[in-house]
Ligand binder design. Structure first.
Ligand code: ZN
Length: 267
């Protein structure tokens, strides 16, 4: 019998907070290794609490603490009545930041949109010089998928994000690509809202098509400019969506490209 199981068996465990923290931390490490080592794959349901408690030799409280920590990190998602599922890798670490921005004011949102536009413009330009033929196909695939989804009247959030992800990957700089991914995750809710308007989807598709063409033609300058314009437009659209809730619309329509964020009063 493990020391933990022994403690639980002796019912000493709940009275010892220090032990419990240690056990939660140990359980956390074991649970995470299942995901990191690929034993539990994205989208899969993880074993039930009862089974995990047995496997790890810990009490339910410790397990729940460990699972909560994993949920905060965006590694698992627990759905009421269904169980706990492994999140896609793109969600990892996005949630604490996402939550920090849940009450984001207009100023913070603007900074996020601006940072995203700058990084993704660079990524598009790098993709134009570095994309391999298979990577070009993936970018094109995301454009075609969005086209089909618009024609079918389906939501386009995933194909929109897939396009930006594919461009990021084709840039061959993981640090920048991951930064962009993180920013998109933080903005996901707003991107989703923006794409609810059909005319915005059609326009985004046109932009994606143009950006893809520029990358395919290896035109680093045009690829950068088009991505910057596309994301500046996105920033304006999102700002318009949110302005009704909290802030004044005085900056609408202005380009935000390559400017320092305003340091004075938030909008
Ligand atoms: Zn887009």
């Amino acid at each position: 019998m493990s020391a933990a199981a022994y403690l639980i068996g002796m019912n000493l465990f709940p009275t010892s907070p220090l032990e419990r923290t240690t056990l939660s931390a140990a359980a956390f490490e074991r649970l995470i290794s299942n995901i990191v080592q690929g034993k539990w794959k994205a989208g899969e349901q993880i074993p039930t609490e009862r089974v995990l408690c047995q496997q790890l030799g810990i009490a339910r409280n410790s397990l729940r603490e460990a699972l909560k920590a994993m949920e905060l990190l965006g590694m698992v998602d627990s759905r009421v009545g269904e169980g706990t599922f492994v999140c896609p890798r793109s969600e990892f670490l996005s949630r604490p930041l996402l939550w920090a921005f849940t009450g984001a004011n207009q100023h913070e949102l603007k900074n996020l949109l601006e940072a995203r536009a700058m990084i993704e413009a660079d990524l598009a330009s790098m993709a134009a010089s570095r994309a391999t033929v298979p990577e070009l196909r993936v970018i094109k695939g995301a454009v075609s998928l969005m086209e089909r989804q618009i024609a079918a009247g389906e939501p386009v959030l995933e194909s929109d994000l897939a396009f930006h992800q594919a461009v990021g990957e084709a840039a061959h700089n993981e640090v920048l690509a991951n930064s962009a991914l993180l920013l998109r995750n933080m903005l996901k809710y707003w991107i989703h809202l923006k794409l609810m308007a059909p005319h915005i989807c059609v326009h985004a598709l046109e932009r994606h098509t143009e950006i893809y063409e520029a990358i395919r033609k290896r035109d680093v300058h045009v690829a950068r400019e088009l991505m910057q314009e596309h994301l500046d437009e996105t920033a304006v659209q999102i700002t318009q969506l949110t302005s009704g809730r909290s802030a004044s619309p005085k900056n609408h329509g202005k380009k935000t490209a390559r400017k320092r964020p305003p340091r004075s009063k938030p909008a």
